[in-house]
Design a protein around this ligand. Structure first.
Ligand SMILES: [Zn+2]
Length: 243
C-alpha cells in the first residue's frame, strides 16, 4: 500500500477516536483557538462567517480568470475555475491556511474539499472532468511536511464528486525557493521547468487542485506540463484567491 493510503486509513481511525477523545481533550478552532462546539469541524462558526466568501461559482470563476488573463497568455487560462474565498493579509483564513499547510492540521484540507464539492455541485466542471489532479509538491517538501495539502483537498473533493484522483500524471522535478519579489511572468519562467509529465497516459479533461492562488504561475506551469502530455481541458479548484 502507498504511504498516503495507509495515512488516510489511519486518519479514518484517528477521526473516530477523536470523537471519543473530544470529551476529554476538547478540539479548538484553527482560526481563533476557541473551543469547537458540537457539529463544528476544525473551524468555528464565527471564523467561517468572517471569511470573505465568493457569492457564487460564477463570481469565483470570473475573479480567478481575471488573475490569469492579467498575468499570462490565453493558452494558460483554466477552462473553468472555482474558489471559495478571497484571502486577505490579516484575516482568520490566513491562520487557518497556515495551520493546514505547515502545522499538520491536514484535516482542514478534507473540510475545504467538501466545501469545494458543494460549490461545484452539478456544474460544468463536474461534467467535464475525467480525473482530479493535485498540484504536486517536491518529494523533499513532502518529507518535510509529511503530506501534500493539495492532495488532501483533492482526495476529499474526489470522494464527494465521485471522481478519480491521479497523482501519477505529473511530478515536481525542481525544488523551488520562495518566489516573493518576482513578477508573474518571471515566476512562470522560474517554475516553468519545475514540473514534468510522468509518462502515463493523461486524460483529456482534468480538474487541477491547488490550495491558495497568488499569481497563478505554479498552476500555469502544471497546466503546461499536463497539456504537453495530452490534456486539452483543464479546470481549476482552489480554496482561496490571494490576489
Ligand atoms: Zn474560530
Amino acid at each position: 500500500m502507498r504511504p498516503l493510503v495507509v495515512f488516510l486509513l489511519l486518519n479514518e481511525t484517528v477521526e473516530m477516536l477523536d470523537e471519543v477523545l473530544h470529551i476529554f481533550y476538547p478540539r479548538i478552532c484553527a482560526g481563533c483557538d476557541a473551543l469547537l462546539a458540537e457539529g463544528e469541524r476544525e473551524i468555528c462558526r464565527d471564523c467561517i462567517v468572517s471569511f470573505d466568501r465568493f457569492s457564487d461559482a460564477e463570481a469565483a470563476d470570473r475573479a480567478v480568470k481575471n488573475v490569469f488573463m492579467h498575468n499570462f497568455a490565453a493558452g494558460d487560462i483554466p477552462q473553468k475555475a472555482v474558489t471559495l474565498y478571497r484571502f486577505h493579509k490579516n484575516d482568520r483564513l490566513r491562520k487557518v491556511i497556515h495551520a493546514m499547510k505547515y502545522e499538520g492540521v491536514y484535516r482542514l484540507g478534507s473540510l475545504f474539499g467538501t466545501l469545494l464539492a458543494e460549490m461545484i455541485g452539478g456544474s460544468l466542471i463536474a461534467g467535464h472532468c475525467d480525473c482530479i489532479v493535485p498540484v504536486p509538491l517536491h518529494k523533499l517538501k513532502v518529507i518535510e511536511r509529511t503530506y501534500n495539502q493539495s492532495e488532501i483537498i483533492a482526495r476529499s473533493l474526489g470522494a464527494a464528486l465521485g471522481k478519480d484522483v491521479r497523482v501519477d500524471l505529473v511530478t515536481r522535478t525542481k525544488y523551488t525557493e520562495s518566489q516573493a519579489g518576482l513578477s508573474p511572468r518571471e515566476r512562470l519562467r522560474n517554475v516553468g521547468n519545475a514540473f514534468a509529465p510522468s509518462g502515463n497516459a493523461v486524460p483529456e479533461n482534468i480538474l487541477l487542485v491547488d490550495d491558495v492562488l497568488t499569481t497563478g504561475s505554479t498552476v500555469a506551469a502544471v497546466m503546461q506540463s499536463l497539456k504537453s502530455a495530452g490534456a486539452s481541458n483543464i479546470s481549476l479548484a482552489t480554496i482561496a484567491l490571494a490576489a
